[in-house]
Design a protein around this ligand. Structure first.
Ligand code: FAD
Length: 206
């Protein structure tokens, strides 16, 4: 049995749009004792793969680098759906799952992977901030999960009230939910005369 199958979408472009709009994924693994862990991570889509990076000391990253299967989920919460009944109240969302095994990237591909993740999360930052040192690269795993087995669900539209509830004197509709950037806050001790980068100002339009 598959629940809510009507929300499932087969279009690969919809998957790419969810991955490109998301900033945080949750990667699941099961450890040697059968205990599942679901860990939030930053990510970026790079063509036909999802890239994630983390410490060589991280259990999640060491487990994935060894070839453990994973399910990586990205969720975009886009609104609250207020139905006339609590039962039919729900959410607007787009969510994606990518299943499979990730592979570690090395050498130039590893550096390009870090650039791609940085560009996705903080466009403009890679060429502005200091590049990773050899020591920092050695302490970092960059993993590539091919987008082969995947699924996407999209929940949108008005509340789906039962006919007998349509006459109730209860407000019904959708309250959209948006992620927004606030005004940049300079770190303590920043020397005077270093302005907020222009690219940061463009993030709000994303
Ligand atoms: C923000 C948010 C809130 C939600 N809240 C609820 C809730 O409160 N209660 C509830 O029952 N459901 C909720 N859902 C839907 C939930 O994620 C599942 O889709 C649903 O519960 C069906 O689960 P299942 O185990 O029966 O999946 P099945 O229908 O058995 O799944 C079959 C296949 O569909 C794919 N799939 C399933 N769910 C998703 C998904 N969300 N995104 C992409 N692919 C998927 C997987 O590949 C899976 O193997 C929510 C989803 C989101 C994104």
């Amino acid at each position: 049995m598959q629940r809510l199958p009507d929300k499932q979408v087969e279009d690969r472009a919809v998957l790419d749009a969810v991955l490109d709009a998301g900033r945080v994924a949750h990667a699941g693994v099961v450890d040697g004792e059968g205990q599942p862990y679901v860990v939030p991570v930053a990510f970026a889509r790079d063509g036909g793969a999802v890239l994630i990076h983390g410490s060589t000391a991280s259990r999640l990253f060491r487990t994935l680098a060894a070839g453990a299967p994973t399910c990586l989920t990205v969720t975009l919460l886009e609104g609250l759906v207020l139905a006339r009944s609590v039962f039919e109240s729900s959410m607007h969302y787009r969510s994606a799952m990518v299943l499979g095994a990730a592979e570690p990237l090395d050498g130039d591909a590893k550096v390009r992977g870090l650039e791609r993740i940085t560009d996705h999360l903080m466009p403009g930052r890679w060429t502005d901030a200091r590049q990773p040192s050899r020591k920092e690269l050695a302490a970092t795993l960059v993993l590539s999960l091919p987008i082969v087995e995947w699924s996407v669900k999209v929940s949108d539209g008005p509340p789906d009230d039962a006919t007998e509830d349509l006459v109730l004197p209860v407000w019904a509709g959708v309250v959209p939910l948006h992620e927004t950037f606030g005004a940049p806050v300079a770190t303590a001790g920043l020397p005077a005369g270093i302005p907020v980068p222009g690219y940061v100002g463009r993030w709000a339009a994303r």
